[in-house]
Ligand binder design. Structure first.
Ligand SMILES: C[S@@+](CC[C@H](N)C(=O)[O-])C[C@H]1O[C@@H](n2cnc3c(N)ncnc32)[C@H](O)[C@@H]1O
Length: 303
């Protein structure tokens, strides 16, 4: 399905939705980078703290000269820290945000002259195609940031199973997973005081306007984020502040005041549940590191 068809299908559902992958045009990627620096956005900070605290343990579990593959690499900052720690031979960054990816990879090449760095523009919700000459042995798939939380549990299992499929038996997955915690902490992380997360959420409408030729007026929409304890997930929505009509070539939709477009889920796990998911995906040997508050987990999983 084309991005245009996928977006319109979501917009025409009774409960309209837009896949979170459409957050990431160049502006969205830059806004996400700003989010990671916010005081309220603990995942980046706590994950980095775990990786730093357990750096020597992580490094000694990796052989020298591995191939690191990072789906959803973003600004490649985490890859840079990991590569400085484990000195891989090759690093492959995959991301849907093409311009941002190429810019990030250029920065990484300059910073890590000893590592062969390549970039693959890819949508993780589809088949993942790696460079044909990439060695199969000693691969490490690095999937930080709890990006896995954007997929509902069956989709997460399917994606981790596909990531396992990129590995030989000597490979491993190093994954960051956000954990269930105090609701106030979660709410603040997805609705910060400076409004950067709101700008990130609203930016999806500008991206959609460009992709499908629609006329969303961003000023008519408000950012909404809350924890859904039944599903164990943060939900982000855009809510129409007035009744509004949106048009696109060949169609359109009316939204009532208060009607929402669901833009993101971010599932929060218990460690044991995620370890079970990894097992079901064929990654049964796991080493789990967490922070003292148990807010976040970094897990190294082997077949
Ligand atoms: C939450 S950010 C995480 C970035 C970085 N890995 C980190 O931990 O800070 C998600 C990243 O995944 C990318 N992304 C989102 N959906 C994607 C998809 N379906 N296929 C490929 N990349 C995707 C985004 O462009 C973005 O760089």
């Amino acid at each position: 399905m084309t991005p245009q068809a996928e977006i319109l299908q979501g917009l025409l559902l009774p409960q309209a939705s837009i896949s979170p992958k459409y957050f990431y045009d160049a502006a969205g990627s830059a806004l996400f980078e700003q989010i990671t620096l916010l005081p309220e956005y603990y995942p980046t900070r706590v994950e980095r703290q775990i990786m730093t605290t357990h750096a020597s343990d992580i490094a000694c579990r990796m052989g020298a000269g591995v191939t690191v593959i990072e789906p959803g690499a973003g600004n490649c900052e985490k890859a840079r820290a990991l590569c400085e720690l484990i000195h891989p031979r090759l690093f492959v960054a995959l991301d849907i945000s093409e311009d941002f990816l190429h810019q990030a990879v250029a920065g990484l090449r300059a910073a890590l002259p000893g590592v062969e760095v390549s970039a693959v523009v890819a949508d993780l919700t589809r088949a993942i195609t790696l460079p044909v000459d990439l060695p199969m042995a000693q691969r490490l798939v690095f999937y930080p940031g709890s990006s896995i939380g954007n997929f509902d549990p069956p989709q997460a299992l399917a994606l981790v199973t596909r990531l396992r499929g990129l590995l030989a038996d000597d490979g491993a997955l190093l994954i960051g997973v956000d954990l269930v915690k105090d609701m106030a902490v979660l709410h603040a992380a997805y609705d910060d005081a400076q409004g950067v997360t709101a700008a990130f959420n609203l930016n999806v409408l500008k991206h959609v306007n460009r992709v499908v030729g629609s006329d969303f007026d961003v000023t008519q929409w408000q950012h909404l984020a809350f924890f859904n304890p039944v599903a164990s997930r943060i939900e982000m929505h855009l809510q129409a502040s007035t009744a509004t009509d949106v048009h696109w070539p060949g169609g359109g939709r009316s939204f009532a005041q208060g009607e929402r477009i669901h833009t993101e889920n971010s599932y929060k796990y218990q460690v044991a549940d995620f370890v079970e998911l990894l097992k079901r995906a064929g990654l049964s040997q796991t080493q789990v590191w967490t922070d003292p508050d148990n807010w976040f987990a970094v897990i190294l999983a082997h077949p």
